[in-house]
Ligand binder design. Structure first.
Ligand code: ADP
Ligand code: ZN
Ligand code: ZN
Length: 702
């Protein structure tokens, strides 16, 4: 007797291959079984999606290839996992196989059954060697009242929880204790803890290991992130899938790990943009975590749940809005542990500083004073992630779009200003259109070589031990080598370094005890950007950075956050001064509501890469033309194609087209109907030179 499993394999949505392929098998294969199947000349890994007992129409044994092998000893991927994958594929407009296979460690394919059996045995051995669950050994701190209340509310919550806790309020301790409770609620319980970038938070991993390895055994905590070797990834994945790992710490990819006993998902720093994937299936791991929690909860007994906790001092406006609406439960922890105050905000008005100064003299003086007292400073460079907007420093003119509530972006290549919303384009003006000033320049320029400048300006400053002040720089370049991040962090912790200069990465998570001054020297590019999310990111970054100062309560009274700006009157700074995220969020949400922007409106981007800019745009515009009359066409707005801010990468020209809708459902249904049209449009003459296209649902940058 023969069976007819349909198997999903890694075929991208744009390859035009269907959702699954039918094979032949001697055995009845359960859905979720991992198999090796022939595909063209290769043998690939696949997941059985279902298994029919009669051949599908038009197929015969002779026409169908046989399954090459089953990965024995591995339990099938469960229904909840497959539901998660199905949802992610549908929502983000990708193929099932692409999402499913991206979630599996690539090395699985190359493993023979003998090797697999050996690995599984080794893992089982490792976890049997460690101590078993030690019951109710309570480790950790005595909770503060706020932590206790949050933890109690968490236990009863019937919705995802938004843990809105100030930096240093002890959110991690809440995660740890919630994890402990989840683990002991049930013998097979598992917990998923996600962080934006695991390498930046070695402390977090250490805290989880320290707390739970004595309780649950040496193999109980595993990591899952893209910095691991394929072998390490395979090992962690197997541990999670077989239930030997009780806690998975990972980055966004971990949201798709197989975790049959999942009882709690923590998304730390839930506002962080790195939760949104920027390639392949462009999913939001935070949003999938919420969906996953719901699916897992539905499969549990009536009073059990798989709880989802989204934690942040500066939540995303999407999550904040969901809490406003009651879809999420907001739990606030405003106080810092130990009663320390958040640093005082000092705005430096750059209009009143010596011309051309990148670092204002009063800031240098303040830093010198700290160094002489043996305290440390952090200097934050706002990475130029934002599309550059032009401004006149004399009269305040900015390259606003006359048709939209958006700023036009400066495109260096052809010296144009383009609106990324409506496409309106003009040549860059020679002089300021309002006052005639010739010095019209991108907002927030001029921060190159800050490290050297600082070292020069602080050359005569002495530390209490009489030595010269030491300045170090930490960024993606300086920390590329394995272990170098740890070394650099150690020099900061030990006090060897007095001033640390760096990008975003120095603002996140670190628990430095002797920093009393944090300075942001080029924040302005986040105030006026074509990207409507830029102010939200800037606020989050500055709050995070401020959170690095005065973590030692004894020093918190004198700690300061300095911000250099040409726009000290900007309302963002008023909220920042009060450390008032709710006020900031309310203002931003009001603006978003009136402009129909997310979370009130919904967006998707169609992106095209081509050999010429003209071809990329022609494809996009042809696809828009071909959309006329599709279901929900009336409910969406398609804008003209525009080049990306960074228009050419490795000789490939890039363009995008924005789709907007008032309703998420309408946008989803339109995109689903559009998908086959996008494939057909590729073969039109207009699309010659197209390299690839991709849909980005809920894009973070437009
Ligand atoms: P957050 O993640 O909210 O920024 P952390 O969880 O890192 O804050 O806590 C900040 C510091 O306070 C850490 O050093 C942590 O060990 C300590 N801490 C947390 N909770 C308590 C508590 N209940 N009692 C004493 N110290 C605590
Ligand atoms: Zn001007
Ligand atoms: Zn416009």
């Amino acid at each position: 007797m023969a069976f007819w499993p349909s198997v999903v394999v890694a075929t991208p949505a744009h390859s035009g291959v269907g959702a699954s392929l039918t094979y032949r098998s001697e055995l009845l294969l359960r859905p979720g079984t991992l198999v090796r199947v022939p595909l063209g000349a290769r043998e690939v890994l696949g997941v059985v999606w279902d298994c029919a007992t009669t051949p599908p129409e038009g197929l015969t044994e002779a026409k169908t290839k046989a399954v090459a092998g089953v990965l024995e000893g591995l339990p099938p991927l469960n229904d909840r996992w497959r539901q998660l994958v199905r949802f992610a594929a549908q929502y983000y407009q990708r193929s099932l196989g692409e999402v499913a296979l991206a979630a599996l460690p690539p090395q699985l394919r190359d493993l023979s059954n003998v090797q697999l059996a050996r690995r599984l045995k080794r893992r089982a051995q490792a976890s049997a060697d460690g101590p078993g669950p030690a019951g109710d050994v309570a480790a950790g701190h005595d909770l503060s009242d706020e932590q206790r209340q949050a933890l109690d509310a968490l236990a009863d919550a019937k919705a995802p929880v938004l843990l809105f806790g100030a930096t240093g309020s002890g959110k991690t301790e809440v995660y740890l204790q919630a994890t402990q409770r989840a683990l002991f609620s049930q013998a097979e319980a598992q917990v998923l803890v996600m962080v934006p970038e695991i390498n930046l938070t070695p402390q977090l991993e250490a805290r989880f290991r320290e707390r739970f390895e004595p309780l649950c055994g040496a193999g109980a905590v595993v990591c899952l992130h893209s910095g691991m070797t394929p072998a390490q990834r395979l090992s962690s994945w197997l541990a999670a899938h077989t239930g030997q790992a009780r806690i998975v710490l990972g980055t966004r990819m971990a949201v798709l790990a197989s975790l049959p006993g999942l009882r709690l998902i923590v998304v730390d720093e839930e506002h962080d943009p790195s939760y949104k994937s920027q390639e392949g299936a462009r999913y939001s791991a935070r949003d999938l975590a919420v969906y996953r929690g719901k699916v897992e909860s539905e499969a549990l007994e009536a009073n059990a749940r798989c709880q989802v906790v989204l934690g942040s001092a500066t939540p995303s406006l999407e999550s904040w809005h969901a809490a406003d609406q009651g879809r999420y439960l907001r739990l606030a922890m405003p106080a810092r542990i130990g009663g320390g105050a958040l640093p005082r905000l000092r705005l430096v008005d750059m209009n009143h500083q010596p011309k051309g100064a990148v670092l204002a003299p009063p800031l240098i003086a303040a830093m010198a004073e700290r160094i002489e007292r043996g305290e440390q400073c952090l200097v934050l460079l706002n990475r130029r992630g934002y599309a550059p907007v032009l401004a006149c420093h004399d009269c305040g003119w900015k390259s606003a779009c006359p048709h939209c509530s958006a700023y036009r972006v400066f495109h260096k290549l052809d010296r144009t200003l383009r609106c990324h919303h409506c496409g309106f384009t003009e040549r860059v003006p020679r002089a300021c259109p309002d006052c005639g000033n010739l010095d019209v320049a991108p907002v927030g320029r001029g921060t190159e070589q800050v490290e050297e400048q600082l070292a020069g300006l602080l050359a005569d400053v002495k530390r209490p031990d009489g030595g010269p002040a030491r300045v170090a720089r930490m960024d993606a370049d300086s920390t590329r080598l394995k272990g170098s991040l740890e070394v650099q962090l150690a020099t900061m912790h030990s006090g060897e370094v007095d001033v640390l200069v760096g990008t975003q990465m120095i603002a996140k998570g670190h628990d430095f005890r002797r920093i009393t001054l944090v300075a942001s020297i080029n924040a302005d590019s986040g105030l006026f950007a074509s990207d409507y999310r830029a102010p939200e990111r800037l606020f989050a970054l500055l709050m995070q950075a401020a959170g690095r100062a005065g973590r030692d309560a004894a020093q918190s009274a004198t700690s300061e956050m300095w911000v250099q700006t040409w726009y000290p009157q900007h309302p963002l700074f008023a909220s920042l001064k009060q450390h008032d995220f709710p006020a900031f969020a309310t203002t931003q949400l009001t603006e978003r509501l009136s402009a129909g922007m997310p979370p009130y409106g919904h967006q998707a981007l169609l992106r095209a890469d081509a050999r010429t800019q003209q071809a990329a745009q022609a494809y996009l515009n042809a696809a828009a033309q071909a959309a006329v009359g599709l279901p929900h066409f009336e409910d969406v707005t398609l804008y003209p194609a525009v080049p990306l801010t960074i228009q050419r990468v490795a000789n490939v020209e890039r363009a995008q087209l924005l789709v907007e809708a008032a309703s998420r459902g309408a946008l989803q249904r339109f995109l689903t109907a559009w998908q086959p049209v996008l494939l057909q449009t590729r073969s039109l003459p207009e699309a010659r030179g197209l390299v690839r296209f991709a849909v980005d649902v809920d894009p973070l940058v437009i």
